[in-house]
Structures are given as C-alpha cells and as structure tokens.
Design a protein around this ligand. Structure first.
Ligand code: 6PG
Length: 222
C-alpha cells in the first residue's frame, strides 16, 4: 500500500483536477510556500494553470530540484515553469525563488539555496517519481544525500543532465504537505515497488509530511 492518501483521476481529467487542488490549497492559507518539481507531469498542470485566471497571489514559489543548466535550456525546471506558466502570473519574477544556477558552482548554489528556503519547512512540495524510484534529484544509492543534515545538496543523476541540485530528505521531511504526482502506465512498476515498502527507493525516504498521491488510472493499477 502506498504510504499516505491516494487520489486517482482519469488521464483526461488529471491535470485540471490537480491544478484545481493546488488553487484551493493556496486559497485556504495566508502566505503559502510551495516547491515545484521538474519532469513532464507538472508541465501539463502548469499549462492548465496558465490557461486559468488564478494568480495565486499569496504563493511564494521554490523548487524541489533543478538541473544545473541555464534557465533558457529546455532542461531547466525553473525555465519550463517560467515559460509555460509563471511568466504570465509573475512577469516581474516577484516571489520566485529558483536555484541560482547561473551564478556559482553546484555546491555553492546548494549552500545558498539552503539559506533562502523557509527554515521551518515548506507548506507544500510537489514531487514526481522517476521509474528508478528517484524523487526530486535524489537518486537510488545516494546515501550521502539521504543522510545529510543540510537542507539542499548538489547531486549527480545517472542520466542527462547529470549535474543536479535538490532539496534533501532532511528538508523535505520538514514540509507540511507533500503531493506525489505520477501518471501513465510506465509508472506502474515503480509504484508497485514503492507500495511494497522498498526502503532503497528515494521516494520512500520522504515520510514525515502529510503525503498525498495523485495518480491517474493507468499509473494506479498496482
Ligand atoms: C526532475 C525531477 C524528477 C521528476 C521525475 C518524474 O527534475 O527530473 O524533479 O524528480 O519529478 O523524474 O518525472 P516525470 O514527471 O517526467 O515522469
């Protein structure tokens, strides 16, 4: 069984439904600190949000992870969120806190990021799940990142783009809420493995927040 609450949508309603959840999460609070992730699943949600009329004025945006590439690269997590959505609601870039990849070495970028994230944890983190069980940019076998007391780290992915920045399990576990987003048949196997309690998977290292899995029908047939 997956740890946390599980909600399953039809593929064609998924992005709209999660976008709606996000808007309603943000509307229930004052200032809300939310971290976004990269990957294709959030992109569909960003497109829906861009087409809507919610500015999420009270939201400060952080990133759960980033690829160490320029913002104008198609691989940039901040860049994709900016191009698809955020440029329309935050044209002046106010309240956007991406990893400052354009300035320093990955290690220094991570150190600086650990200082700017809310020190008592985020209100909500959106995370994806890779087919190898990675989440954010925390990859299987990376015991150092698993155990560090630092809030952010530079990591190396087993596939391109190799150099990554990520919030650590230590920090992600301070969040109030984590939503895991996974869609499509290709996620079935890893979700099954996660549900079986495999503790070697980075996705299983996030246990403290209120966890909610948003899946679509094909992914959920575990
Ligand atoms: C990234 C991520 C990563 C992602 C998963 C799932 O920058 O690649 O944040 O952890 O969430 O790989 O990605 P998909 O949504 O594309 O399946």
């Amino acid at each position: 069984m997956l740890f946390g609450e599980v909600t399953i949508y039809e593929p064609e309603e998924y992005a709209t439904a999660v976008a709606q959840r996000l808007i309603s999460f943000a509307s229930q609070h004052g200032t809300v600190n939310i971290a976004l992730s990269g990957g294709s699943t959030p992109q569909a949600i960003f497109k829906v949000l861009a087409a809507g009329n919610s500015n999420l004025d009270n939201v400060r945006f952080f990133w759960a992870d980033e690829r160490y590439v320029p913002y104008d690269s198609p691989d940039s997590n901040f860049g994709e969120a900016w191009r698809l959505w955020l440029s329309s609601i935050r044209p002046d870039r106010e309240d956007l806190f991406p990893f400052a990849v354009e300035r320093d070495s990955p290690q220094v970028v991570a150190q600086n990021y650990a200082r700017i994230v809310p020190q008592n944890g985020l209100d909500l983190v959106l995370l994806g799940v890779g087919e190898d069980g990675h989440t954010a940019s925390i990859f299987p076998g990376d015991e150092e990142t698993r155990r560090t007391d630092l809030f952010a780290a530079a990591t190396v992915a087993p596939f391109k783009p190799y150099q990554r920045l990520t919030l650590t399990p230590r920090y992600l576990n301070l969040a109030k809420h984590v939503w895991f987003l996974a869609t499509g048949e290709r996620k079935r196997l890893i979700l099954k493995q996660t549900a079986s309690g495999d503790q070697t998977l980075p996705v299983a290292w996030i246990t403290k927040p209120n966890i909610h899995w948003y899946l679509d029908e094909p992914a959920s047939q575990v």
